[in-house]
Design a protein. Structure first.
Length: 316
């Protein structure tokens, strides 16, 4: 079996893979340009996904399985992957710790007025009357209640929050007090002090949030998007903020990235922005490789994949 990588792995991870799977030939590469010479021989392709095109799939005539070292699948050429019967897995779940921490930290940042306090410090201005609030005993609605959402709900319970989950299925999920399907989202939004969006980018979720969704939210609600930027149109969100439909927005993802320097979100007084960093962690690659190893072991021994297999019809 030949495994071809298209993204850099640390020397330690390369050594780990070759030691754990001596029967496998690994072709480690820094990028797709280096990997192209090996594509025709590849049984397995390990990639971050955005570098794979239909032409690459055509070149990889022996390809049977693609491991995507991320959770997002936005740019994968699924049509030809489906036609070829190639299996796809991803690293779903490896973001849950850091992204749950991000969400809690940003909600605390807004409620504890950290930005104002920092500005006052830099201005040498002592103001002990800055109004501060507690995130404890609030209600959090998580739209996209997968692995990340479950971890966030678990942390929210430490703050004695009521947690509401919204997802495609009606399955009861751990750490949620209430569960709704996507078409019942209005019931979940109207209760929320915090709305956290962790939606993937699909046809179903494109511009998911409309004006009626923000009108349904509490006027003092905080909307936090760390899923995909195309879940809400910027103009819709800005209108909701300007009209007082919600109180604040925390945004880690955007319709266009990097966000253009002249975009009105940069200077909006009710917006806190970060540059798509909620999923960053030094543990990212080790966790992704751990998932890959679980599947590689099962694939070699039993010709099957045991975790995170993607439905190529849906794209996630």
């Amino acid at each position: 079996m030949i495994v071809v990588t298209t993204s850099p792995l640390t020397n330690d991870l390369q050594s780990q893979l070759t030691a754990n799977f001596p029967s496998v030939t690994f072709k480690f590469n820094e990028n797709m340009g280096q990997a192209e010479v090996h594509l025709a021989d590849a049984d397995v392709l390990v990639t971050f996904g955005e570098d794979v095109t239909s032409d690459h799939i055509k070149q990889a005539t022996n390809l049977k399985w693609i491991m995507v070292l991320s959770a997002g699948m936005d740019e994968m050429p699924f049509r030809i992957i489906k036609e070829r019967g190639i299996k796809v897995t991803n690293a779903r779940g490896i973001h849950k710790i850091q992204m749950a921490e991000y969400a809690i930290s940003m909600l605390l940042h807004v409620y504890r007025q950290n930005e104002t306090l920092r500005r006052n410090q830099l201005a040498h201005h002592w103001d002990s009357k800055v109004p501060l609030k507690e995130i404890s005993n609030r209600t959090m609605t998580i739209v996209g209640a997968g692995a990340i959402g479950e971890e966030l709900a678990r942390l929210a319970k430490a703050f004695r929050m009521k947690t509401i989950g919204v997802s495609r299925s009606e399955n009861v999920k751990p750490h949620f007090d209430e569960n709704y399907t996507n078409d019942q989202v209005m019931h979940a939004l109207k209760q929320a002090d915090f709305v956290v969006s962790i939606l993937p980018s699909t046809e179903e979720t494109f511009y998911f949030y409309k004006q009626e969704h923000f009108k349904t939210m509490k006027s003092n609600a905080v909307f936090l998007n760390m899923g995909r930027g195309d879940a809400v149109q910027s103009e819709t969100l800005i209108m909701a903020l300007d009209q007082g439909q919600i109180a604040h927005a925390v945004l880690d993802v955007f319709e266009q990235e990097p966000l253009p320097s002249d975009h009105p979100l940069w200077e909006h007084p009710k917006v806190t922005m970060t540059p798509h960093v909620s999923g960053k962690s030094p543990q990212y690659l080790p966790r992704a490789v751990e998932i890959f190893e679980q599947n590689l072991k099962a694939y070699i021994e039993e010709n099957k994949l045991v975790t995170n297999e993607i439905d190529v019809e849906r794209g996630y």
